[in-house]
Design a protein around this ligand. Sequence first.
Ligand code: GLP
Length: 239
Amino acid sequence: MRIIVDTPENIARLAAKRYVALLKEKPNAVLGYATGSTPLGLYGELARLNAAGEVSFADAVTFNLDEYVGLDGTHDQSYRWFMDKNLFDRIDIKKENTHVPCGIGMTDEKAAGYDRQIEAAGGIDLQLLGIGNNGHIGFNEPGTPFGSVTHVVELTESTRQANARFFASIDEVPTAAVSMGIKTVMNARSIIFIALGSAKAEIVKKMICGEVTPEVPASVLQLHPDVEVYIDHAAAALL
Ligand code: GLP
């Protein structure tokens, strides 16, 4: 695990450089993307670099970590909508090369097909991750087995509360999601992890310094051979 502590602006720039380098070397790279407020700076930087002609996503393939169950891609809180608005509509990627799990009519059997799709595409070269306040990655809540593949997840009350800020009320926050499993994430060849802000300081400390346990899903990253952890000074405060 390589830990980089910097400002949010520099983190966006440094992380974006990884994409530029990877896509230069492998234009058809398979990229794992994440949602949440954390990656927004990076996505803005990728859009800027793409417009400036410094990187092209024309041959890239993407797989997103997760999606809410019950929201289709036209819902403005669906992760498909989020990705289109914040990244895919702003870069030269082919929409048909972008994958976000389907939130409608999803079952564990169908969800596992997402892993087969990733495998058929050659596996994920670079997976982006944020972290939930309870240590979740994707929507893998505490207790999720490390051997899990893409599956349907019941969201914890704390995750629903944390994400309620994006909805009109807590009642509108879906109670379930479909998420890549821990094993799916760990199969990525390289991982970029970003955490920003003081609210993440406690869980970042547990992830980096604590026991590797399914109770802190992100702690599994201690076992991955190629993870870059980008944290701002506020998120690094307890290290
Ligand atoms: C959601 C997503 C996660 C993300 C987390 C943190 O629960 N499923 O992938 O890491 O939110 O979001 P934020 O970056 O807004 O703190």
